[in-house]
Ligand binder design. Structure first.
Ligand SMILES: [Fe+2]
Length: 362
């Protein structure tokens, strides 16, 4: 190599790796180092470092990619888990709801065939001995056992002095099908005298559908009352039983004259049989009724725990007068939840009721 070529080679070295590769020796290395270039030995080291570095970079890239994939995969798994959990919650809620509906359905069926007795005591200085009254209402042609065998048996066990029926024992929609009612009345009348006061279903069947229920029940020897009074003596007590069948809306026009006369006729204990508890939303509030017995509201049809009745046709939601004992003015009112139902909606948590009232002087 000529001096010129050698010079050119030395000058060329710092320009790049290829040029440096061709030069050799310590002198060249020193020269290159002094000029900021890279000696072949160091270049070798750099190449190794670069290779290691590029390997590392590749590895990092691969790791990052794997991580990204893993994250995506994990996200996908999480979403799938969330969806699965949501589906399980919905399924569990549906199963619980179905079980609740089934439990209510079973309870409705069982309850509708059972009978609950409710006992009340009423004090009056107009009676000399304890008088026991059994009160039934709103049967709506329902039967408890064949020919109401079970109901009759339960009433018989109570040994009542009188039995009162406060209306709606039939169905207005079946105006001629009341043989069940007559059969029951006759059987009950063998236990104790029956006093049957009419409700809206009997009145409407008679007025608008030519039902003969009043005549046929009377023919069977039962005291059936359509704005009528009967005076009875039980032990040493004389009692006026007043069957007020007029509804509250027509009371002024058709019921008041009869009721005023019945209430003022004697000082006897006044037992008023009126289908409608709503009479005590103003109509009968000012009378001194020793005891009034009513039905009609079916206990609110659905009985809610801690709340009571849910709905009655003439009082709407959360009816105030749908069951139990009430004191209104100078009068006392007992409302039975009744025995049956007239519409499609079932009685829920509302067992058919036999109301038992003991009237005593003590
Ligand atoms: Fe009714």
């Amino acid at each position: 190599m000529s001096d010129k070529e050698e010079k050119l080679n030395i000058d060329a070295e710092p320009m790049g790796d290829n040029a440096a590769t061709d030069s050799g020796g310590d002198n060249a290395e020193t020269a290159n180092a002094a000029e900021g270039g890279v000696s072949p030995r160091r270049r070798g080291k750099f190449s190794v470092r670069r290779a290691v570095q590029s390997k590392k970079e590749k590895k990092n890239k691969t790791d990052k990619k794997n991580k990204r994939n893993k994250t995506k995969k994990a996200d996908g798994t999480d979403n799938a888990d969330k969806k699965g959990r949501k589906r399980k919650i919905i399924t569990a809620a549906a199963v619980i709801a179905a079980m609740l509906v089934a439990a209510i359905g079973i309870s409705v069926i069982i309850d509708s065939h059972s009978l609950e007795k409710s006992f009340y005591q009423v004090k009056s200085n107009k009676v000399t001995d304890n008088i026991r009254i059994v009160c039934l209402s709103d049967m709506h042609l329902k039967e408890f056992g064949k020919d109401n065998e079970y109901l009759i048996h339960e009433v018989d066990k109570l040994s009542p002095d009188i039995i009162t029926l406060v209306g709606d024992m039939n169905m207005e929609t079946k105006p001629d099908k009341y043989d069940v009612v007559i059969n029951l009345c006759v059987k009950l009348n063998e236990i104790a005298p029956v006093y049957y006061s009419l409700g809206n279903h009997e009145i409407d069947a008679m007025l608008f559908k030519n039902s003969n229920i009043y005549k046929d029940v009377k023919k069977a020897g039962i005291k059936i009352m359509n704005n009528e009074t009967d005076t009875v003596t039980i032990g040493g007590t004389t009692m006026d039983i007043i069957g007020l069948t007029q509804n509250p809306k027509e009371f002024e026009e058709y019921g008041k004259a009869f009721f005023d006369k019945a209430m003022s006729a004697t000082d006897n204990f006044k037992l008023v049989l009126t289908h409608y508890p709503e009479q005590f939303f103003g109509t009968l509030d000012d009378y001194n009724i020793d005891l009034a017995l009513a039905g009609h509201a079916h206990g609110g049809q659905v009985r809610l725990p801690w709340i009571g009745g849910l709905y009655s046709a003439d009082q709407g939601f959360f009816p105030k007068l749908c069951d139990g004992y009430h004191e209104i003015g100078n009068s006392r009112l007992l409302i039975t939840r009744g025995l049956g139902k007239s519409g499609f909606f079932p009685r829920i948590f509302n067992k058919p009721e036999i109301m038992v009232v003991d009237i005593g002087w003590y």
